[in-house]
Write a new protein. Sequence first.
Length: 238
Amino acid sequence: MSTSTIDEKLPVPRGTTRIARKVWREVSRPFRPRPQRLAAPPEETLLPTEPATEPAQPYLTGSGVGVAGFHPQQATVEAEGIPFIQGLVRESRKYSGPIVEVGTLLGITTTNIALAKAADQKIITVDLYCWNPWGFTPEVHEALAAQMLHYLVESGQVERVKMDKNEFFASYQGAAPAMVFLDAVHDYEETMKDIQWARSAGTHIIAGHDYCDEFPGVKQAVDESGGPRELAGTVWVL
């Protein structure tokens, strides 16, 4: 039996030469690189921008300059003075006659007085609304006070009088006040007028605000009227 050697030529199938030539022709051509599409640059990520804002302005500073300078504490007496006033109001219950407040401002002290008065006591609060520490116009000033006191006025507990205090003193014909609280003009002459009127009207309890070095006229008038029998903060009573 004969065997084939590795050198023995094998028969080539028909058609193989033609296919080999085509393959050779294709692979022998110069390499033509396929153009590549350049990748699009990544889109720039835009961070959200905040609208330009002005620096925050201080408020409730208590400086008294415009609305930003408003602080509720400026609209009434200091914290330790409120219970002191209310104690005087409770003391005044045993007397007939109204409680007269000279200097309404916004009506916050008025409201604190109302919380301690007898049910049948009336409060008369007097202000011309010609001054406030925040620069409000008289119209705005009065509107704020009217809003603050709306319930007390509508329920008959408070009478809000828009009038110069000296005109009020001259025109007052009511009963001797159970109590007068003075917190209007803070110079010597006007404070002395206030005290003298209260005494002439037969007032049982005369008290007021701002007995301190900042208002030497108030201190002088109170001292010349016998001096404070008691103090709480800058609230005084003769």
